[in-house]
Ligand binder design. Structure first.
Ligand code: MN3
Length: 241
């Protein structure tokens, strides 16, 4: 499959205006270079789907290849299309001065753009070579805000496992307070606090785990900690300090 590097290079060549600086280059992680997307849009301002930074089977045995394939192509990808459609329809509404459907498209935008943002982070903050514990500035911040990494892990896992219905567990950073915090997100956009930037996100929609784990959400969440890519999580944290 096309690698993320190939994709970025070809996109830059085609689009011209899309500067590589819109992506921060993460540290070398073994043989692969992972880019953290700071921008989710192309040169035309349209949302676009980055290639997965690994193959479908790269997260096995924690997440099976079929789940990754379905999740990426049939849950993440449609959200990108729908976010663009919502913005397009809001533009048409302004042009026509007809806001009959404004409530519908505002909801569509919040839901689908949040889905795109969180899924993009999700792929990026997992790796078949992940696991271990965070290091550097991120570890210090975790210890300052939660007492220890173990306390954060226990808190984040509990919050994630107990999401009501479909949603996410999120470790986020609020620049205005300088605090790391755990949030529990329903759907893709509910229960946030304004200004919190997601640093590490754990998807607990059933599509993320049901093929392999069925009803055993807690087993899936606990196993996720074996594939967290702390390099990219720390990269994102350092980028928003
Ligand atoms: Mn999902």
């Amino acid at each position: 499959m096309t690698t993320r590097r190939d994709f970025l290079q070809s996109t830059v060549a085609i689009a011209g205006g899309l500067a590589l600086s819109s992506f921060s280059q993460a540290k070398e992680n073994s043989s692969e270079t992972i880019y953290t997307p700071n921008k989710l849009t192309d040169a035309q301002g349209k949302y676009f789907l980055l290639p997965l930074p690994y193959s479908y089977n790269a997260l096995e045995p924690v997440i099976d290849a079929k789940t990754v394939e379905l999740h990426y192509n049939f849950h993440h990808k449609p959200a990108v299309t729908a976010a663009n459609k919502a913005e397009d329809n809001l533009s048409v509404a302004r042009d026509n001065n007809d806001f009959t459907l404004v409530k519908h498209y505002e909801k569509e935008l919040a839901f689908n753009l949040s889905s795109h943002i969180l899924h993009t982070h999700y792929w990026d903050n997992l790796s078949g070579k992940g696991g271990g514990i965070p290091k550097g500035n991120l570890l210090k911040a975790i210890e300052n805000n939660f007492g220890s990494y173990d306390k954060l892990k226990t808190h984040l896992a509990a919050a994630t496992i107990s999401v009501e219905g479909a949603g996410w567990g999120i470790l986020g950073y609020l620049p205005a307070s300088g605090k790391l915090m755990v949030l529990q997100c329903e759907n893709h956009q509910k229960l946030t606090a304004w200004g919190v930037i997601p640093i590490l996100v754990l998807d607990v929609w059933e599509h993320a785990y049901y093929l392999k784990y069925q009803n055993r959400r807690s087993e899936y969440v606990n196993n996720l900690f074996d594939i967290i890519n702390w390099n990219t999580v720390e990269q994102r944290f350092n980028g928003v300090l």
